[in-house]
Design a protein around this ligand. Structure first.
Ligand code: SF4
Length: 466
């Protein structure tokens, strides 16, 4: 229903018993980041085996096919289509045979110079099998003359720009890499096998570690490559760290606003805590008298708790979300749009009737969902509806792996605050300021990417876009 669509999950497990099964559970924990397709490649030291399919993790994998993914190393991916189309060719992992053997790769993010690269590679004779920007990397690696995959990956990375959290799997090694801006999250954890040996896991969010009993170690640093080796005949030691690029950290601030699970640690901070701080800052900036504060579930819950704590206004779960709604095939008529919101969100009339309400949501994209939410609250008898948003106004699209509408569809990019309020039909509409957002992060160490709020793009290809 939100028009921000998540931007893929990646996972890798190395020297882990039942590696594919563990990767599959990690993907299950990361299902919120992509529901279009799911896939896992495993290595038994001699061959790479891949299973992927369209749909949720539970649809793609079962006890029988997971048993085919043999070996102690595996990488996995949940896809939400950003670059590429919705065909199985564009599901990941991408697998390739080349002159050094076999490899598979998973990618979260978006390469901003992918089209330019693709054109150059096609002119040189490359034949692409998918629409994925990630396939550029496979060609760059295959065409490289160096005698090892690690150096070939590094050379290929020097050709690309944009956002990437990548995991490569060869027959015996695994490589995890984050772009120099650290736009997309990737963290490292440790798993103790039943024989006491140590294995490693990398994943987009730490909630994947909790499910499989892994211990969080740290983030993969911006511009860093972790090399996992020793599978098979050698002893697996800690991953080797190579700082391929000088870090220029600008992690995606929207991970905190909406994408990441609140029980995850991303970019070193717990998401729930940050969201709650956003609500506190929102309350400092927008002091409103009301009978209660209610969240738009689920992403507005932590911010609404923060708002309630700071303002002293009662928190109520005035809207209940139905978690079991899958895809809906609804015609875009007015009546049907309303049905779509009602399928997922239902207000509790007994709580809302005759009350003045502050509703907290995480963002406004086209404004149509907010309009429907305000409408159903009024239909439930709310006396006044004040809509407060725990992030600034979204005025520009994302080029870094998040599927966002064009600028012309972003309501706040094209209308004044009063016009947006009027369209949504709320009595009050307020947003958290950029300064308030920064305060809620309590971060002095580095900048964040917030280009969808301030248009300050950071990579060489989209920098300076207006
Ligand atoms: S533009 Fe917005 S959604 Fe995209 S990476 Fe930057 S902060 Fe995240």
């Amino acid at each position: 229903m939100k028009q921000w669509n998540e931007e893929c999950a990646v996972v890798g497990t190395y020297n882990v018993e039942n590696s594919a099964l563990i990767s599959h559970y990690a993907l299950f924990a990361l299902q919120h980041r992509g529901q279009e397709a799911s896939g896992i490649s495993s290595s038994d030291g001699k061959n790479i085996h891949t299973i992927k399919g369209n749909g949720l993790v539970t649809k793609v994998f079962n006890e029988k096919n997971l048993k085919k993914l043999i070996g102690n190393a595996s990488i996995g991916h949940n896809r939400y289509s950003t670059a590429g189309k919705e065909s199985i060719d564009d599901a990941q992992p991408l697998f390739a045979r080349y002159n050094l053997g076999e490899m598979a790769v998973v990618h979260n993010g978006n390469l901003t110079n992918a089209l330019l690269l693709r054109k150059k590679l096609i002119e040189k004779g490359a034949i692409f099998q998918s629409y994925l920007d990630t396939e550029n990397l496979i060609h760059l690696i295959a065409q490289n003359k160096k005698d090892n995959l690690q150096e070939r990956i590094i050379d290929a990375l020097k050709e690309i720009d944009g956002a990437y959290a990548l995991i490569f799997l060869s027959r015996t090694k695994m490589f995890a890499i984050r772009d120099p801006y650290g736009l997309r999250p990737l963290c490292l954890g440790k798993i103790t096998n039943s024989d006491g040996s140590v294995g490693y896991i990398v994943a987009s969010e730490s909630c994947a570690f909790d499910l499989v009993g892994a211990e969080y170690i740290r983030e993969v640093n911006p511009g860093e490559m972790l090399v996992f080796e020793g599978l098979g005949d050698k002893i697996v030691t800690q991953p080797k760290s190579i700082q391929v690029f000088a870090p220029n950290p600008h992690p995606c601030i929207f991970e905190y606003v909406y994408f990441a699970r609140p029980d995850s640690k991303v970019f070193g901070r717990n998401v729930y805590e940050v969201r709650k701080n956003m609500g506190v800052e929102l309350a400092k900036e927008h002091k409103i008298k009301a009978d209660m504060v209610i969240p738009v579930p689920d992403s507005g819950v932590a911010a609404a708790l923060g708002y309630s704590k700071e303002s002293g206004i009662n928190f109520e779960l005035g809207i209940i979300r139905n978690h079991y709604v899958g895809r809906t095939f609804i015609e875009p008529t007015q009546q049907m749009r309303e049905l779509k919101v009602r399928l997922k969100l239902n207000p509790i009339t007994e709580i809302i009737k005759d009350k003045e309400i502050i509703v907290i949501d995480d963002s406004v994209v086209r404004g149509t969902t907010s309009k429907q939410i305000v409408k159903i609250l009024r239909q439930a008898g709310a006396k006044k509806v004040h809509l407060l948003i725990s992030s600034p106004q979204t005025i520009s699209p994302c080029y870094y792996g998040v599927d966002t509408p064009d600028t012309k569809e972003l309501i706040c990019a094209n209308h004044s605050l009063e016009e947006v309020r009027d369209f949504i039909g709320a009595d009050t509409l307020g947003f958290l300021s950029l300064e308030g957002l920064a305060r809620s992060l309590k971060n002095k160490d580095h900048a964040f990417c917030q280009a969808c709020f301030d248009k300050k793009y950071i990579d060489n290809y989209t920098k300076g876009l207006k």
